[in-house]
Design a protein around this ligand. Structure first.
Ligand code: NAP
Length: 271
């Protein structure tokens, strides 16, 4: 369960009906909620909405998150994840609002075993490129921003790896999962809660994940029993994935481990 805070400032949540967006709603009760009805690629509508709502804090959870889809629909990916952030950052600056935006471990190439906030990004797929463009627009346009890079999200309000594993485990005798891509699974309820704390910290980039590193296979083994390891070469996808997309948080207190978070998630989905 996500604990609510009582915000003293007017908060606007964009992408409020996505997986993370739903958990943000619980952390920021009273926030103005906008879903896909406010298309963030429509600069005129975004500017008008901010003038009308006059938020002190804008939290943007809207994104095009289909990593393979981004390869086939680069224009959509770069529009939603990249260019939309230029107009959103301008509108936030004009309105005097702070912007909290989410980015991804996939801005890194995974050739090193871990990445700090100051490390230089180098994406290997269109999703990562488009998210990095969004980061660049924000950093170059405004000062009062928090960019939260996170990874491998699972939450009760969206399609996610945990649900996919539970479904496949029922449908087939043996589930094959890659054992050579490593990252940090992160519960959206924990990330939403942590977002409230990040709002009070200095502007900049933050790496926020649950603690602990695992491969997708190791993550799957914590969810289901009938899983066997395979290699990325045996399971090709349209988008290349970084081998090690491990974000290191050097700026704020760590969150609980992904194992603990997974246990909480599994309990929550049964409730
Ligand atoms: N999921 C992950 O594993 C992961 C990992 C690292 C970082 N992140 C980042 O974390 C953030 C939240 O991710 P999530 O998993 O919660 O995403 P999600 O469940 O896919 O939600 C994204 C929301 O954005 C909305 N949206 C898409 N295009 C839009 C547009 N043009 N205008 C307004 N809304 C639009 C979607 O609406 P529709 O459903 O109607 O399209 C959806 O409700 C994103 O910034 C993502 O890049 C996610």
């Amino acid at each position: 369960m996500v604990a609510a805070i009582t915000p003293v400032k007017k908060v606007l949540i964009l992408g409020a009906y996505g997986m993370l967006g739903y958990d943000l709603q619980h952390v920021f009760p009273g926030a103005v909620l906008r879903g896909h009805d406010l298309d963030i690629t429509d600069a005129g509508k975004v500017t008008a909405a901010l003038r009308d709502i006059k938020p002190a804090l804008v939290i943007n959870a809207a994104a095009y998150t289909d990593v393979d889809g981004c390869e086939d629909h680069r224009d959509v990916a770069f529009g939603v994840n990249g260019d939309a952030l230029l107009s959103l950052a301008r509108a936030c600056k004009d309105a005097g609002a702070c912007l909290i935006h989410y980015s991804t471990d996939y801005v890194f190439d995974g050739t090193r075993t871990s990445y700090r906030e100051i490390d230089v990004p180098h994406p290997v797929n269109a999703y990562g490129e488009s998210k990095l463009l969004g980061e660049k627009h924000i950093r170059e346009t405004m000062d009062d921003y928090r960019i939260i890079r996170t990874s491998w999200l699972f939450g009760t309000h969206g399609k996610n790896f945990v649900e996919t594993m539970l479904r496949l485990s029922r449908e087939m005798p043996e589930v094959r999962v890659v054992n050579d891509q490593f990252g940090k699974p992160t519960y959206t309820a924990d990330l939403a809660q942590k977002t409230a704390g990040i709002a009070g910290l200095d502007p900049g980039i933050y790496h926020i994940t649950n603690e602990g590193v695992c491969s997708w296979f190791e993550f799957a083994r914590a969810i289901i029993q009938n899983v066997v390891p395979c290699s990325t070469a045996e399971y090709p996808r349209r988008a290349q994935r970084p081998a090690y997309s491990v974000l290191v948080n050097t700026k704020t207190t760590p969150m609980r481990s992904w194992n603990e978070a997974l246990t909480a998630y599994l309990k929550e989905r049964e409730a």
